[in-house]
Design a protein around this ligand. Structure first.
Ligand code: 5AD
Ligand code: SF4
Length: 465
């Protein structure tokens, strides 16, 4: 029998990138090789995101395109995995020409056996109903595909060896799911409640990564800093990871402001290998909006946490997520978000227009208060403009500085690309042999968001060291 090949296309957040690596790992243990393109694959999986409607529409279009590879002599299978698979369930089986498999984020261990049964069995069967916490998956005429949608409160893929795509930087999921119920967010309904991995397992994994020569890890969780397992909490785990021999950089994403404690700041400030970078999603700059979002903190409380971390690490690079046009957002509330941006001055910001997600609590807010699409669009554009101005000012002021850059890959337009400790992208000239190592690079110019740089000479390195 020839080796089967799996091609997985990933949409959405870092957790999904990490899940794709787990799926490749699981399939790899059953003899599958990874395919680089859909043409060469026996199974094509689209690992999807459900966080905004836009992301889902793109995937629906993509599934249509992938139809061309389905079936044929090799009986190529096309499947949808991830959050959108969980959200839409069996409805997806018939969309865009049909798929063979719909599998939610807790089902990946069953991939090999599910694919086997799809290839061997004549009779279609549907497995396990959608768990009660999920918005109801509308059923449809089943067209020979399989759905695997049951939640598993214990599944955190312990023991699975991820097949990693980068030899430089590794995603390490420490937590899956979310116990919060922010009213806009679909995540708790498609990924279930919070599940934390055993700290010792996490540390073993990080040690193995260091032994493989990977210098950077990013700890992942939906609310990563609420991690708790036995007598391990997040600050303790972060400190232990940062002290693993060979690990030179540790990042984490995304913390929730409520669990962002003084103790965590202390670990960030005192552990040299924890990067001077923090992504802290604020979502809105007005207390009323935050309340409707059920974020459970105030704008003042957010400012206070920013103050703690800036006091301890003055040059910290801060980033955030913001949603505009949330139901009921008045001009005044929106203006307050602009004010917050001006006050905090984030190095980076991921800015979104509210997208209604069926089954989430925000859909039940008074309909006459929903923000019209064109108003939300205008708000988004103004916010992006403000963010870009601020980001450019911050970055222009950094031109001339020498930064330690972890070299990640060849840059798209020639040269090399890497990141600073503060997570800023720098492109510079140098041989590919530098990939995977650290280089001292002088920032020579900025586009506003990213930098161009030059490697420092040996003399310069000695002077700044
Ligand atoms: N609409 C728009 N943005 C959303 N996010 C989460 N849910 C929605 C939604 N329904 C954003 C939040 C979150 C980021 C990952 O995506 O800002 O922090
Ligand atoms: Fe969604 Fe809120 Fe959980 Fe983040 S904390 S995943 S925004 S419910």
């Amino acid at each position: 029998m020839t080796t089967k090949r799996a091609y997985i296309e990933t949409y959405g957040c870092q957790m999904n990138i990490s899940d794709t690596e787990l799926m490749h790992g699981i399939l790899g243990e059953h003899g599958y090789a990874s395919a680089e393109t859909p043409e060469e694959a026996d199974v094509i999986l689209v690992n999807t995101c459900a966080i905004r409607d836009h992301a889902e529409q793109r995937v629906i279009g993509r599934i249509g395109q992938l139809q061309q590879y389905r079936g044929g002599e090799r009986n190529v299978l096309v499947g949808v995995t991830g959050c959108m698979a969980q959200r839409m369930g069996s409805d997806l089986l018939d969309r865009s020409g049909g798929v063979d498999l719909v599998m939610g984020p807790d089902g990946y261990r069953k991939l090999p056996e599910t694919l086997r049964s799809l290839w061997k069995e004549d009779e279609p069967k549907v497995e396990a109903p959608v768990a009660p916490a999920a918005p109801p998956a509308r059923s449809s005429g089943l067209s020979g595909g399989l759905t695997v949608l049951d939640f598993d409160p214990l599944e955190n893929y312990e023991g699975v060896r991820a097949r990693r795509t980068s030899a430089v930087s590794a995603w390490v999921p420490i937590q899956r799911g979310c116990n919060h119920r922010c009213t806009y967010c679909i995540v708790p309904y498609v990924r279930g409640g919070e599940k934390n991995r055993d700290a010792r397992e996490v540390l073993d994994e990080v040690r193995a990564l260091a032994e493989d020569g990977i210098p950077e890890v990013t700890l992942l969780g939906q609310t990563v800093n609420s991690y708790v397992a036995g007598d391990w909490d997040f600050p303790r785990l972060l400190r232990a990871v940062a002290r693993v021999d060979g690990i030179r950089r540790v990042r984490f994403t995304s913390p929730h402001p409520n669990d962002f404690s003084r103790e965590l700041v202390e670990v960030m400030a005192t552990e040299p290998h924890v990067c001077d970078q923090l992504h802290l999603p604020v979502q809105s700059g007005h207390d009323r909006t935050l309340k409707r979002m059920l974020r459970r903190y105030t704008v003042d409380a957010f400012h206070e946490k920013v103050a703690w971390v800036r006091e301890a690490i003055p040059h910290i690079a801060l980033s955030t997520d913001i949603i505009v046009g949330f139901p009921g957002e008045t001009d005044e509330e929106y203006e307050a978000t602009l004010d917050l941006m001006r006050e905090v001055r984030f190095d980076d910001a991921f800015l979104y227009k509210y997208s209604l997600r069926d089954g989430t609590p925000a859909t039940r807010l008074p309909e006459d208060q929903f923000v019209p699409g064109e108003v939300a669009q205008a708000r988004l554009e103004r916010l992006i403009e403000l963010h870009r101005e601020i980001q450019k000012e911050i970055n222009v002021a950094q031109v001339g500085k020498v930064e330690e850059v972890l070299v990640e890959r060849p840059a798209r337009r020639g040269g090399l690309q890497g990141r600073t400790d503060g997570n800023k992208v720098v492109v510079f000239e140098g041989p590919a042999s530098l990939i995977g190592g650290f280089e001292r690079v002088r920032l020579t110019s900025t586009t506003g968001a990213t930098f161009a740089g030059e490697r420092c000479s040996i003399d310069e390195v000695a002077r700044v060291a």
